[in-house]
Design a protein around this ligand. Sequence first.
Ligand SMILES: NC(=O)c1ccc[n+]([C@@H]2O[C@H](COP(=O)([O-])OP(=O)(O)OC[C@H]3O[C@@H](n4cnc5c(N)ncnc54)[C@H](OP(=O)(O)O)[C@@H]3O)[C@@H](O)[C@H]2O)c1
Length: 246
Amino acid sequence: MVLTGWSVGERYWGGYTQKARLQSRWLVPLPTGMDTKTAMAIGTAGFTAMLCVMALEEAGMTPGGDKPILVTGASGGVGSVAVALLAKLGYTVHAVSGRPETEGYLRELGAAGFVSREEMSQPPKPLEAQRWAGAVDTVGGTMLARVLAEIDYGGAVAACGLAGGADLPTTVMPFILRGVKLLGVDSVMCPLPRRRQAWERLVQDLPGNALQSIAHVASLEEVPQLAEDIIAGRVRGRVVVDPNAA
Ligand SMILES: NC(=O)c1ccc[n+]([C@@H]2O[C@H](COP(=O)([O-])OP(=O)(O)OC[C@H]3O[C@@H](n4cnc5c(N)ncnc54)[C@H](OP(=O)(O)O)[C@@H]3O)[C@@H](O)[C@H]2O)c1
C-alpha cells in the first residue's frame, strides 16, 4: 500500500514510522511492478508531478507541438519528476532552475532547454511573446505570472506549488485574450480513483533510470540536516528516508 497526503505528517504524527494505524480509505494499492522504495522515491512530489501532467492532458495538451512545455523549480522533487515524465511522453521540455550546476542533471532527465530562474523572475508585461505550449509550475509568485504571460494561445499551466511565493501578481489578459487555462493541482485531498490512476500512470510513464538519478537514500539521523539543506535550496530531486538505514 502507498500513503501520501491526507495531512499525514502535517496534522497527524508518524511520517517516518515503521508501523502506523491509518484510515484504510487513505491507502492506494502499490501498483503491480512497483516496489515500496520506488514508491517513496516518487513520493508526494512525483505523484503531484503526475497529477500535473494528467491535468495538462485533460486540457488538451499533446506532444509534438511546435512550442516546448516549461517546468519551473525543475531540480526540485516535483520539477525533476515532471521533466522526466513529460520527456518520456514525447514533449519538448524546457527546465527553469536557479542552479546552473543542475543543467546536466536536467538534460539527463530529458530537458531539451535550460532557462535561468533570474530570467523567469522578471516581472512580466500583461502579455509577452508566446514561448510555451504549456507549463508545470511549482514556484508561484512572479514566476507563475511570467509563465502565464508567455503561454501560447489556448495553452495551459498546471500550478501546484509556492516555492517562490503564494501571491500571483498577474492580470486577466492571458485568460481573456489568449484563452490560457490555469489548472490548480492538489495532491493532499485528491480522491482515491484519481490517485490510483496517477500511480498506475507512474509505473507506465516514469523511466526507472530517471528515478535513480532523481532520488537518494538517507537515514533518520540525517533528517534535521536535510531539512536545513532543503530550505537553503541545496537538495536536488528526492530523498528517501529509510528509518532502518544506519
Ligand atoms: N499541490 C500539492 O499537492 C503539492 C504537492 C507537493 C508539493 N507541492 C508544492 O510544490 C512545490 C515544489 O515541491 P517540491 O517537493 O518539488 O519542493 P523542492 O524539492 O524543495 O523543490 C522546489 C524547487 O523550487 C525552486 N525554488 C526554491 N526556491 C525558489 C524561489 N525562491 N524562487 C524560485 N524557485 C525556487 C528550486 O528549484 P531550482 O533550484 O531548480 O530553481 C527548488 O528545488 C512546493 O512549494 C511544495 O509545497 C504542492
